[in-house]
Design a protein around this ligand. Structure first.
Ligand SMILES: NC(=O)c1ccc[n+]([C@@H]2O[C@H](COP(=O)([O-])OP(=O)(O)OC[C@H]3O[C@@H](n4cnc5c(N)ncnc54)[C@H](OP(=O)(O)O)[C@@H]3O)[C@@H](O)[C@H]2O)c1
Length: 362
């Protein structure tokens, strides 16, 4: 057996690489034909129904605008209702047929049932479910002082995608719908200070790849992976190792638009409508996959040289330092917020600008 594996190790990789190299032009041609066909017969989203979780900022917000331009009906979900209201208005102006918003925590299955059921009650169907919820972190694993951050990060980054998917799937089946998820290059190219985030994203990708097999072609899955894109996430909205959901509050509320966020949102929505299995931004990152498989040592050396474990932290930020936040006592910043903001407010649901119903959040 050892001899057999020795022989396979010797011959299978080079012969596979050669076969791949020779068949590459033909594969590219087939891919191009498929892309052209799918582009010509792209899904028309006019009057279709799209649920977007994590729509209150960043990529989720821009994805809402992209579907609005395609005249879809939208259900926008996140915890900050005040942000959703403004985004819903923008979406209506851009052409969305009807827009509903709901303040909900996707980590709670009941909340997910609430927004999916409300969508079906009002619109009668669900065509696309777009999951963009997320929370990053910038601390090394050994710096953690409160292990309560572990489940919170996994909850938001993993279960926060699984629950809405589980609840929406029966409705997606009815219309050959599609699930769009936002992973990250971190799922296969892990970087220092992001161990739990990278682990959650890897779990996410494997979960949806498995689901893709199980669902066959009845419900499509588009997995979007991307590098660093300007959003709240890149502006200090991170988990802190002391166990608090910590943000530079004033930066978190800064509206981030333009550049890669809009471009990426456009790519995701057009990819989803085309039925693409993957959307990558930027796609040249793929080359690192080759290094990962054939020369992992080179990749490790490069990362050690380029990214020191201390280097990825924002110089001016206290996020993830594990040290007392002197700035707080000096009255400068940051602002600490509770792990999961509790919503006690009555959250109005809007539909084309009209108040439909009210939901008390727990
Ligand atoms: N930006 C990047 O550079 C980058 C890089 C790689 C991957 N990604 C991935 O791309 C996706 C979008 O990222 P982004 O940059 O747009 O992030 P973002 O601006 O931080 O947005 C995250 C969204 O998730 C919502 N959210 C968080 N926890 C929630 C919960 N428990 N229930 C409901 N909503 C929740 C937030 O709204 P509320 O706080 O109002 O609830 C917010 O709308 C994420 O999956 C992220 O991991 C981003």
């Amino acid at each position: 057996m050892n001899f057999l594996n020795f022989m396979f190790n010797l011959f299978v990789p080079p012969s596979s690489m050669l076969t791949l190299a020779f068949s590459w032009p033909a594969l590219c041609f087939l891919n191009a034909c498929e892309w052209l066909y799918n582009t010509l017969y792209s899904e028309d989203m006019d009057n279709k129904v799209v649920i977007i979780t994590g729509a209150s900022s960043g990529i989720g917000e821009q994805i809402a605008y992209e579907y609005a331009l395609r005249r879809a009906n939208l259900m926008l979900v996140a915890r900050r209702e005040h942000r959703l209201k403004g985004i819903a208005e923008n979406a209506r102006r851009l052409g969305a047929r009807h827009v509903m918003i709901m303040a909900a925590d996707v980590v709670k299955e009941d909340d997910c049932r609430r927004f999916v059921n409300e969508t079906v009650n009002v619109f009668g169907r669900v065509d696309h479910l777009v999951n963009t919820v997320s929370l990053g972190h910038t601390f090394c694993f050994e710096e953690v002082t409160d292990t309560s951050v572990f489940p919170v990060l996994l909850d938001i980054n993993f279960w926060g995608n699984v629950y809405p998917t589980f609840v929406a799937l029966p409705y997606l089946h009815q219309n050959n719908g599609r699930i769009i998820i936002n992973a990250s290059v971190e799922s296969w190219l892990p970087m220092p200070r992001m161990s739990l985030f990278a682990a959650a994203k890897a779990a996410l990708v494997n979960f949806y790849e498995t689901l893709r097999f199980e669902l066959k072609d009845e419900v499509g899955i588009t997995i979007a992976t991307h590098g660093w894109i300007g959003s709240e996430m890149t502006r200090g909205k991170f988990m802190l190792e002391e166990g608090a959901d910590m943000q530079w509050k004033e930066e978190r509320e800064v509206h981030v638009t333009g550049g890669p966020v809009e471009e990426f949102a456009r790519l995701i929505v057009s990819g989803a409508c085309r039925g693409d299995a993957y959307v990558k931004f930027p796609s040249w990152y793929d080359v690192f996959l080759l290094f990962r498989v054939f020369a992992p040592r080179v990749l490790n050396w490069a990362f050690r040289l380029l990214i020191s474990p201390q280097g990825t932290r924002r110089a001016s930020s206290y996020v993830g330092t594990g040290r007392p936040l002197e700035a707080v006592s000096m009255g400068v910043r940051p602002v600490l917020e509770g792990t999961s903001p509790t919503h006690t407010a009555i959250a109005p649901l809007t539909f084309s600008g009209q108040l439909i119903s009210q939901h008390k959040l727990d």
